[in-house]
Design a protein around this ligand. Sequence first.
Ligand code: GYE
Length: 339
Amino acid sequence: MVSKKFRTRSIASGIAVLALGLAACAGSGDSGDSASGDSSGGGDDGGNISVGFSQVGSESGWRAANTKSIKDTLTADAGFDLSFSDAQQKQENQIQAIRSYIAQGVDYIAFSPVVETGWDAVLNEAKAAGIPVVLTDRAVDSKDTSLYVSFLGSDFIEEGKKAGLWVLDEYKDTTEPVNIVQLEGTTGAAPAIDRAEGFADVIRQNPNLKVVASQTGDFTRAGGKQVMEAMLKSNPDIDLVYAHNDDMGLGAIEAIEAAGLVPGEDIKIVTVDAVHDGMQALADGKINFIVECSPLLGKQLVDIIKTLNDGGSVEPRIITEETTFNQEQAIEALPDRQY
Ligand code: GYE
């Protein structure tokens, strides 16, 4: 299926390259990387495979590690000509970047969709131009799965379940209500939706476990801190924070400490990601449990694109392997942690 698509793509890509040539004649000298933020590369570089990558933003430690992984692996030495753009957490910037990659006639487009909805139009444009699209990290909710070749990333529902299972076990003997607050990721983003769903599915097994407040902190440290400050004011008796990423958990730690409470003891904290700062907080006892979500997607993305480029086919869904960490495991893992 994919290889057939790839053959169609080659013809359409020829047309796109032609169109690009005409645009260049008309004096459009820039790389077409018009989304805000950092950009590099662009155009076709001899025999290299050109890839346009539209990143969500730079909202978290996870995102920084993911960007590094992409840039470190899709290199000229590895045979790539990478155009990279940072959408600053705005869908309109991502759509603009993708359109510019289509106009450039890149060989492949990869992107991490900031939210799940609203991609059909631009994905149809890429399809019409014959440019295969690989989703990395986050999913789209498009019914037409032929709009992308593969989705490489974590199973976020599973991550939410793992967080829920720890909570279920931690409070298995409790006979009193446990007040949980949830710091959600970016509203409408796949990891925010799915991590909430997986967690809720598991904790409902114990009616004492109650989510008393749930609000978005936009996956940022500042957002986590701000939301936690407000939650501490309106909920005097919080037992546990479930944060959809480490950064928001780290922000919550600051708010908890500022309120004169001890994070990890007075209020327990469970997060997702396992980036370095989160793991350090877990090792220090300020976070109690972390569900890993690997940002190191670059190598697998390289493999997908190379396979497609050789006329091969790839799995439509490639799930990243991940684990979980308690304090002891964090102390052990920290020295070799890559992100
Ligand atoms: O967990 C969070 C980041 O999409 C999996 O985005 C990613 C999430 C990650 O901002 O830290």
